[in-house]
Design a protein around this ligand. Structure first.
Ligand code: COA
Length: 445
């Protein structure tokens, strides 16, 4: 059986950074700890005037192609996942291919290009498409380029404004991958929901609290569905569990639910019995509401136990580092969670070869997906090559006034001239509109 998975990853962050507790919260009249402790966010990335989903995606892809020594002839497929597209017909992947063709010999004429949309889960769905294409033997020895790129902006004053972010993740999907192999087994939890949507509008209509409930419900269903094909899960089976991370506080809730589910009828439930009792069973309650209330009570106690806190610190906390510094990257968010975990493992000198990750993706609207990944022998070389800390440290800090300007710059309804905050160097930039209202890009040395 061919092993298929992620061969390499690169990121590209928006070049500007906003300090949430120190710059954003005071102007909003909010306690800085709502950000650092409640949402788990410290800073978020924003795109400079000349950046957008195409430049960030193309720049991440170029870094990846350069590092892996690839040319367009090595790529048979370019899929872009985004929920920030500016065109209802022409896919972002064609713009990105056009950018890359400016700097490489050859072209992507015989590569299949597309754009995936299902809120934040589209990045993982694109991985799936690439995986299936290779497994079906249609790739002719070529790899797939999957790019998850988003500018997550909310309407000014919307509660979601606290969780914005911008950046791209580029992933190379190939046979005999150098980073992680994807499991064939996967589980879905999918329902028609109205929690977050953009009906032909740039900024989302969002019911934030509802989106959190829907996230948890669909994730639980996806886990049960995954277990129906892969067998029961147990907290000790997975070195890390990267979840879709719109903000780290969301993952705190998902992790607790996951731990409770995975420990039911296990040695861990037995160990915890004398301290917090056994988990409530639905059959013991007359109504669903009574059962739910009992479960909530159990979970409140569970989260204070030594066992849970230790597991959370080892398996979940390391997945949240990048997210807490860049905000929500929508389609890329679960992929930076995986990257965070593997960077933490490298920093701690852990031997990850053969270790398992359980990856939980989610998209509003709504669908969750769960699959496992096996870390490959060459993982450390791959992870050490990604320059996350350097990129994040190189961002230019903006004031609240600057933030208001940059939000307007990227607002499709507004036309304002703002001087760029940073100087582009060796990267793709947005240069303006063409005669058919297409966006135009160029590589600057
Ligand atoms: N110290 C510590 N924690 C604090 C705090 C303080 N001073 N002030 C607030 N908090 C906590 C709150 O208790 C809450 O945590 P909890 O959910 O565990 O109770 C958290 O910080 C957020 O505060 P809240 O008042 O709920 O924020 P909000 O009303 O601004 O809304 C979202 C938060 C997430 C709903 C909002 O940002 C949003 O709509 N985001 C976009 C949608 C989204 O990302 N959904 C996720 C699913 S994809």
């Amino acid at each position: 059986m061919t092993s298929v998975g992620i061969d390499a990853m690169e990121i590209w962050t928006g070049k500007l950074v906003l300090d949430l507790p120190n710059t954003f919260a005071p102007v909003k009249g909010e306690d800085p700890e709502k950000y650092t402790k409640g949402l788990g966010l410290h800073t978020s990335s924003f795109p400079d005037v000349y950046e957008d989903i195409v430049t960030m995606g193309a720049n991440a892809a170029k870094q990846l192609m350069d590092r892996k020594g690839l040319t367009p002839a090595d790529i048979g497929r370019i899929d872009v996942a985004t929920e920030s597209a500016f065109d209802n017909s022409k896919p972002v992947s064609t713009y990105i291919a056009g950018c890359l063709e400016q700097v490489y010999d050859g072209d992507f004429r015989h590569a299949n290009k597309g754009e995936r949309k299902f809120a934040c889960i589209a990045g993982t769905q694109s991985l799936d498409d690439a995986y299936n294409w290779i497994k079906a033997g249609r790739n002719r020895g070529r790899a797939a380029l999957v790019i998850a790129t988003d500018t997550a902006l909310y309407e000014r004053g919307d509660p979601g404004e606290a969780t914005q972010g911008a950046g791209a993740v580029a992933m190379l999907i190939d046979e005999d991958p150098d980073l992680v192999e994807l499991s064939t087994e996967q589980g879905y939890g999918s329902m028609d929901e109205t929690d977050f949507l953009k009906p032909n509008q740039q900024f989302p209509s969002v019911d934030g609290k509802r989106s959190m409930q829907v996230y948890l419900a669909r994730m639980r269903e996806a886990l049960e569905d995954y277990e129906s094909v892969a067998g029961r899960t147990h907290p000790d089976l997975f070195e890390y569990i990267p979840f879709h991370t719109p903000f780290p506080g969301m993952v705190r809730k998902a992790a607790l639910l996951g731990f409770r589910h995975m420990t039911r009828d296990t040695d861990i439930e037995d160990d915890l019995e004398s301290e917090i009792g056994r988990q409530p069973r639905e059959a013991d309650f007359e109504t669903w509401d009574d059962y739910e209330e009992a479960i909530r009570g159990y979970m409140d106690e569970l989260k204070t136990t030594e066992q849970y806190r230790d597991w959370y610190g080892r398996v979940i906390e390391p997945t949240l580092d990048i997210s807490s510094r860049v905000g929500n990257w929508y389609t890329g968010s679960v992929h930076i969670a995986r990257l965070s975990a593997l960077i933490a493992a490298a920093d701690e000198g852990k031997d990850m070869t053969g270790k398992q990750l359980l990856v939980g993706s989610y998209g509003s609207g709504a669908q969750a997906e769960i699959h496992a990944e096996t870390v490959q022998e060459t993982w450390l070389d791959e992870i050490e090559a990604v320059d996350v800390d350097d990129q994040l440290a190189a961002r230019t800090e903006i004031s609240f006034d600057d933030y208001e300007l940059i939000h307007d710059v990227h607002n499709h309804e507004k036309e304002i001239e703002v001087e760029e905050f940073t100087q582009p160097e060796a990267e793709f930039v947005f240069t303006g509109w063409g005669r058919m209202n297409e966006r135009r890009y160029e590589y600057v040395e």
